[in-house]
Design a protein around this ligand. Structure first.
Ligand code: IPM
Ligand code: MN
Length: 354
């Protein structure tokens, strides 16, 4: 049976308990078909506090070269900060940049029985593809003066936009989920009515779109996109956007499907990939069996799928869906699963055994 070498980065706050849940589910899904080998790697805010660096060069090198897959928990602790006030221990900048995982793929899916804040039940099943290596985030760490901040500039390169837009169209051509009307479409989200960089983004979107005549091109200004993700989420199939916009709008999308704890993601490049929930480490509820493990479990499924293990990936997704549909997992208005993290995990493991 094929061997699968996985690195896990448990991270901070609720990270360790979530990763623990995901490993239980992975184990159950691997069953007799996959020989799963798991190595824990140390990184994040607590690592920074202990060692002075959030991710050592050795760890980074191993993560880059040694494993088939990398599953990461959320990282960051509000009190662990750099002298400039930003959080130390956030790995996004290091991992996404160094591994060149340029597409941040964030499925937003409403599972059966989940009561979101929207008026009526709707079909919500779309994917945000967030550019992950440039945009506004590239100016992270640049200086700010005492009296004004005029430091953060956005970078978009032709190659950088092209590759992520292409990813979005490729995803639209093969993904199994669909918008309510069944029309395959990629929505370009930008602010090209105000900012020229975004007009540049849109023009490259249009060029790439020509290679995909079967897929509808669709456009939204970022503000209207925020509106429509709430007012008409069933319209969307795949959306592609700049890094900072993707950060914000993916949290908006999460709110419509039961909260951040529902939402997995893949950071995907040509040579490397890693998988993580879209949310933070929620230190206030850490260690109390309150976190929703769904985001981490579905991140593990995305990882398996990316590695070509589509059968166990599908089995995990089906088990999660069954656990929700059968009422074994119910999400409280607080975002926590009724009965706790461990009970929700067990419900998924049990569904896998059916
Ligand atoms: C995310 C997170 C990160 C981001 C933080 C933790 C740096 O919010 O993955 O969306 O802003 O990219
Ligand atoms: Mn975010």
């Amino acid at each position: 049976r094929p061997r699968l070498d996985i690195a896990v980065i448990p991270g901070d706050g609720i990270g360790p308990e979530l990763v623990d849940s995901a490993l239980q589910v992975l184990d159950a899904a691997a069953g007799q078909d996959l020989a799963l080998h798991v190595t824990t790697e140390d990184a994040g805010a607590d690592t920074y506090r202990r060692t002075g660096t959030a991710l050592s060069a050795d760890t980074l090198e191993r993560v880059k070269t040694r494993y088939d897959g990398v599953l990461k928990g959320p990282v960051g602790l509000p009190e662990v900060r750099r002298p400039d006030g930003t959080e130390a221990g956030l790995l996004g900048g290091i991992l996404r940049g160094t591994l060149d995982t340029y597409a941040n793929v964030r499925p937003i899916l409403l599972l059966p029985g989940v009561q979101g804040p929207l008026r009526s039940d709707r079909e919500i099943d779309y994917v945000i593809v967030r550019e992950n290596t440039e945009g506004l985030y590239l100016s992270r760490g640049l200086g700010v003066g005492n009296d004004r901040a005029y430091a953060d500039q956005l970078l978009m390169t032709r190659a950088g936009v092209e590759r992520v837009v292409r990813r979005a169209f490729e995803l639209a051509s093969r993904r199994s989920g669909a918008p309510a009307d069944g029309v395959r479409r990629v929505t370009c989200v930008d602010k090209s009515n105000v900012l020229r960089s975004f007009a540049f983004f849109r023009s490259i979107f249009d060029e790439v779109a020509q290679d995909y005549p079967g897929i509808e091109r669709d456009y939204r200004y970022a503000d209207a996109a925020g509106h429509d993700l709430v007012a008409n989420p069933g319209h969307f199939d795949v959306l592609v956007m700049e890094n900072f916009l993707g950060d914000i709008l993916s949290d908006v999308g999460a709110a419509t499907v039961g909260g951040l704890g529902m939402c997995p993601s893949g950071n995907i490049g040509d040579d490397n990939a890693y998988f993580e929930p879209i949310h933070g480490s929620a230190p206030l509820i850490a260690g109390r069996d309150l976190a929703n493990p769904t985001s981490q479990v579905l991140s593990a499924a995305l990882m398996l799928e990316h590695l070509g293990h589509t059968v166990p990936a599908q089995r995990i997704r089906a088990a999660v869906r069954a656990a929700y549909a059968g009422g074994r997992i119910r999400i409280l208005p607080t975002g926590s699963p009724e009965g706790g993290t461990r009970a929700a995990t067990q419900a998924i493991v049990d569904a896998l055994a059916q």
